[in-house]
Design a protein around this ligand. Structure first.
Ligand code: NAP
Length: 499
């Protein structure tokens, strides 16, 4: 499989026997290989503590890519590029053996000294690994060196700064690829194209024509086996600090002067700088937290969050957040951006609704004697597409208006599933395109925004649980919009399939 575009590289995956590696990284690398986007000159070293042979590791690779696989012989060929190195990352002595193996593979495959270090492990190890990579000479290479790092990037601003200082001893900012897998999603990347490639939207994309924006990311799943992690995180740190604020910055940024990493990131940073800080008493007026109780989804009775494994019986951790954001700049002054995210909700859906202002005078009548506002709905997942809600003439003699929906679905247009976020992000990293990764300035500004909210929530206990599993969240989340004369557009009415 030949491709001149992607440079050769050695990819060292720390945590290669873990869930992320098996479910996401290996299948994504395989898809790139099968599409010819990965040159034959690549090698992967898998690092983890357990003692397994190269053969066993290669078998596990074949197993994990099976469902993504096309031809059997490609799978074997692909897996033959994988090597296993048993190594405890806290053990200083074993880095020299890793360095030796890396140099041998570099020579064997002709990798030009290009190295990608992928940290698919618990964040408490990130600093130690980065320090050792430098100290033991693994980052002394002739080619490029890149560090890919998973969320969470710290727990608050202070811990994020500490982690950043540790990894910056071995890598420059432009060598650090902080993953936010939402940025790899096809429709999140499409926000930019919808806005900047269409003459009809950009002139309306401001406070003169938009009344409010609603960003929802809801999950049916509960906390599952991640109770220990989630108890320390909660929805604010797990979803708002990263994915939700990233989507908001893409929606609200100014057109960049060029579509390159530096310009796009600097426009996103400007949005986060203009985000009005919510602190003190205001937190209660602008943000709502929730925690799921027992309930029913698809006929199945489900336990509440406090009954989940490794969760405290009186846990004060939020599994739901709704908030009102305001961006204090000329374009957005006065336009509320509502965000909401939660676990154990009735629907799995990530959607953005842009609600346009009403026309100055209504000449037409519908059953409810009002015209529906125009909506632009961006379906991020599981559906991928765009729907534009308009008003048109009702069929028949009279001139009554009726709502119609213009619909574009990614799946229908391509006839294939769009590539997984990880596939795109790995490909970008190999080519050195950091646009869809988070810059330190974005991380820092996002933490400083959410830290002010955490500070208030940590001091006060909420009356949890306050929403049953299978619902749309606590009542207060609806009141947040009602106070402003709005309501959450019901997710199920917006589905592409309902068009
Ligand atoms: P996991 O299943 O617990 O895997 C952890 C990996 O680290 C295993 O390979 C484990 O192998 C290895 N490991 C643990 N301690 C080690 C040590 N001292 N030295 C060397 N290797 C060690 O975790 P995961 O779900 O894959 O998640 C990895 C990271 O990705 C976490 O930061 C997580 O927050 C993030 N993440 C995961 C997902 C996901 O879908 N899973 C999604 C987003 C972000 P041994 O036990 O053999 O050492």
């Amino acid at each position: 499989m030949k491709n001149n575009e992607t440079p050769t590289s050695l990819i060292i995956i720390f945590g290669a026997t873990g869930d992320l590696a098996k479910r996401k990284l290996f299948p994504s690398l395989y898809k790139l290989y099968e599409k010819g986007r990965l040159t034959d000159r690549f090698a992967v070293i898998g690092v983890a503590r357990r003692s397994i042979s190269n053969d066993e590791f290669q078998e596990s690779i074949q197993e994990s890519v099976k469902s993504a696989a096309g031809k059997e012989e490609h799978v074997q060929e692909f897996a033959s590029h994988f090597y296993y190195h048993s190594h405890d990352v806290t053990d200083s002595d074993s880095y020299s053996a890793l360095k030796k193996l890396a140099s041998e593979l570099d020579d064997h495959y002709g990798l030009n000294g290009n190295r990608i270090f992928y940290l698919a492990m618990a964040p408490e190890f990130f600093g130690t690994i980065a320090l050792h990579l430098k100290k033991d000479g693994l980052t002394e290479v002739d080619g490029f060196k890149r560090l890919v790092i998973e969320k969470p990037f710290g727990h608050d601003l202070d811990s994020a700064k500490e982690l950043n200082n540790q990894i910056r001893t071995a890598f420059q900012e432009d060598e650090i690829y902080r993953i936010d897998h939402y940025l790899g999603k096809a429709m999140v990347q499409n926000i930019e194209v919808i806005r900047f490639a269409n003459a009809i939207f950009e002139p309306l994309w401001n406070n003169r024509y938009i009344s409010n924006i609603q960003v929802t990311s809801s999950e049916i799943l509960g906390v599952e086996e991640r109770g220990r992690y989630y108890e320390k995180s909660g929805a604010l740190r797990d979803m708002v600090q990263n994915h939700m604020l990233q989507m908001v910055s893409l929606l609200a940024m100014e057109p960049p002067i060029k579509l390159n990493t530096k310009e796009i990131r600097s426009e996103k940073v400007r949005v986060l700088r203009a985000l009005r800080p919510i602190e003190g008493e205001d937190v209660h007026n602008f943000f709502v937290r929730g925690q799921y109780g027992e309930g029913e989804i698809n006929g199945e009775h489900l336990r509440g969050y406090r009954q989940e494994p490794m969760v405290e019986e009186d846990s004060n951790t939020e599994t739901f957040v709704a908030g009102k954001l305001l961006i204090d700049n000329f374009r957005w002054a006065g336009v509320p951006i509502y965000i909401r995210t939660g676990k154990r909700m009735g629907t799995k859906s990530t959607k953005i609704v842009i609600q346009f202002k009403d026309i100055p005078m209504n000449l037409y009548y519908q059953t409810e004697k009002t015209l529906n506002p125009n909506l632009l709905v961006i379906h991020i997942q599981p559906e991928e597409g765009i729907t534009l809600h308009l008003n048109a003439k009702k069929a028949g003699e009279n001139m009554d208006a009726t709502p119609v929906k213009l619909n574009f679905s990614n799946k229908e247009s391509d006839g294939i599933n769009t590539p997984e976020a990880y596939e795109k992000l790995l490909y970008d990293c190999m080519r050195g395109d950091a646009t869809n990764f988070t810059h330190w300035d974005e991380v820092a500004l996002s933490w400083s925004f959410t830290d002010k909210i955490s500070a208030v929530w940590e001091k006060t206990k909420e009356n949890f649980p306050n929403y049953p599993s299978g619902t749309t969240g606590p009542k207060k989340a609806d009141e947040l919009l009602e106070k402003d004369g709005f309501f959450w557009w019901p997710i199920t009415d917006l589905e592409v399939t309902n068009c």
